[in-house]
Design a binder for this molecule. Structure first.
Ligand SMILES: Nc1ncnc2c1ncn2[C@@H]1O[C@H](COP(=O)(O)OP(=O)(O)O)[C@@H](O)[C@H]1O
Ligand SMILES: [Mg+2]
Length: 217
């Protein structure tokens, strides 16, 4: 079993009004094979926490490690490339490529012979939609492409920020099942920030971010 460990993690933003501490000494273990939901009011720091876990923001105080290897040692670029797959809305989708080409990149990276259409189908996108440029898809469809790419990738950690935010209930159900499979069948560490009670109810563990602290809900 693998563990993503968050230790004594604190984070502050500096702005005109001064310094705002968003995360205060957070400790958490995320295990492979489990799906975690992080909930909390708007502005509680959920996206900040995910950005740190996915090495998009630089650590200030504290540390994040995967199986005992510190993100500081691995390096942010390497961590993003090999360890973590990020499902932020439209984040990192390559706009001048089609949906299918975006998924193909993840497949090529793993030297696999998989067919991108299979992953697109799993998230409910047709071959015709797969052949469209990213900009010709709705926000919800772009979200699905990002999820299809996570399905195709070999990264052991999947993080998602409000992955079902733009989706209807039926699609939400399907997407929840996909994330559950990623955790339970493919034994990935799945961490989802969500406002959806439906998503949270399917998580193995729900964590609430409040006043800078992360606690079991
Ligand atoms: N780049 C930034 N610069 C300054 N303050 C920020 C920045 N990003 C977020 N914040 C502030 O940090 C707090 C937490 O934001 P965020 O992590 O986006 O919360 P959530 O995702 O839970 O809504 C908010 O008060 C927000 O205004
Ligand atoms: Mg947010």
């Amino acid at each position: 079993m693998s563990t993503l460990k968050v230790e004594n993690l604190s984070y502050s933003y500096k702005n005109a009004a001064g310094e705002q501490q968003v995360l205060k000494n957070i400790n958490a273990d995320f295990k492979s094979g489990k799906m975690y939901a992080i909930i909390g009011e708007s502005g509680s720091g959920k996206t900040t926490l995910l950005s740190l876990i996915s090495a998009l923001d630089k650590l200030q105080n504290g540390d994040i490690s995967y199986d005992g290897k510190s993100l500081r040692k691995i390096g942010a670029a390497e961590f993003r490339l090999k360890y973590v797959n990020i499902v932020f809305q439209s984040y990192n989708l390559i706009k001048y490529m089609t949906a299918r080409e975006n998924v193909q990149i993840a497949i090529d990276f793993d030297n696999s012979k998989a067919n991108p259409n299979d992953y697109l189908k799993q998230v409910g996108l047709s071959e015709e939609e797969g052949s469209r440029l990213i900009g010709k898809l709705s926000g919800g469809q772009q979200q699905r492409v990002a999820i299809a790419r996570a399905l195709a990738s070999n990264a052991p950690i999947i993080v998602a920020d409000e992955p079902t935010g733009n989706l209807d209930e039926d699609t939400e159900e399907k997407i929840i099942d996909l994330f559950k499979d990623l955790a339970h069948k493919q034994k990935k560490i799945v961490i989802i920030v969500t406002h959806s009670k439906q998503v949270a109810s399917h998580a193995d563990q729900v964590l609430r971010l409040r006043k800078g602290s992360l606690n079991k809900s």
